[in-house]
Design a protein around this ligand. Structure first.
Ligand SMILES: Nc1ncnc2c1ncn2[C@@H]1O[C@H](COP(=O)(O)OP(=O)(O)OP(=O)(O)O)[C@@H](O)[C@H]1O
Ligand SMILES: [Mg+2]
Length: 229
């Protein structure tokens, strides 16, 4: 199994002295599907941002597909990100005043595809999350769970190699949550490596690997010892 993500001794201190991550070692192999769990404020979103190269660590090293992130310029890093990584943010981050379809198509902005092709793929992705009948709705015209599904469609529309999802089922009822997890399992079977932050112990238990974070440290990892270092 080749290594997609390798964090070594990763520490993140925010201004004001909050140490959100404290010496995290984490290896994610190609094709894994893992849950990241832990109490509120334990550092899960911070970890996901660092794995996704949206943020750089205060100390330690981050390697993505063999590239040491510290050695890449911001430009190379954003190219790597837009080509290979999809995000579902905890707070959705949809563009206000823009239709669901164009929000999803935005996930393909740097793909080099034509606008017509981007919009056609966006329509397919929305259909996949059960929103075929909400293409033209703008974010303020959608329910919380629907916004969450648009955010998921946007993250998966470019078929990223690495999908990072922060509470993708947090605003969903159990049936929609199951549909989203089913979609993530499908994408994983198709080859995507996926990390999902979740508070839902049932969802976490249903994934092949669970990593538990507390006070910025990895305190349990069901794959510890199983993944080659
Ligand atoms: N930009 C920031 N500046 C300062 N402190 C921050 C910042 N972002 C997060 N923190 C702090 O870092 C710690 C970890 O935050 P993080 O958002 O990673 O937690 P989390 O595990 O995702 O929590 P939740 O489950 O509530 O989403 C928290 O104590 C938080 O207050
Ligand atoms: Mg969070």
């Amino acid at each position: 199994m080749s290594t997609v993500v390798r964090l070594t001794g990763v520490t993140k201190e925010y201004a004001g002295g909050v140490r959100a991550l404290d010496g995290v070692d984490l290896i994610i192999g190609q094709g894994e599907l893992l849950a990241i769990a832990g109490p509120s404020g334990s550092g899960k979103s911070t970890l996901l941002h660092i794995v996704g190269t949206l943020d750089r660590p205060s100390a330690g090293t981050v390697e993505i597909a063999g590239h040491d992130v510290a050695s890449l310029s911001d430009r190379r890093l954003s190219a790597l990100r837009s080509q290979h990584i999809g995000f579902v943010f905890q707070a959705f981050h949809l563009v206000p005043g823009v239709s669901a379809r164009d929000n999803v198509a935005e996930g393909l902005l740097y793909s080099g595809l034509s606008r017509a092709r981007r919009r056609s793929l966006a329509a397919d992705a929305l259909a996949r999350v059960g929103l075929a009948d909400r293409m033209k709705h703008r974010p303020h015209e959608l329910s919380g769970g629907q916004k969450q599904r648009v955010a998921i469609a946007r993250a998966v529309v470019g078929e990223p190699d690495l999908l990072l999802a922060d509470e993708p089922t947090g605003a969903l009822d159990s049936a929609s949550g199951e549909a989203v997890m089913e979609l993530l399992h499908d994408l994983n079977r198709e080859g995507a490596t996926i990390a999902v932050i979740t508070h839902d112990t049932e969802i976490a238990a249903g994934l092949p690997r669970q990593v538990r974070i507390r006070d910025g440290r990895v305190v349990a990892d069901t794959a510890r010892g199983k993944v080659a270092a």
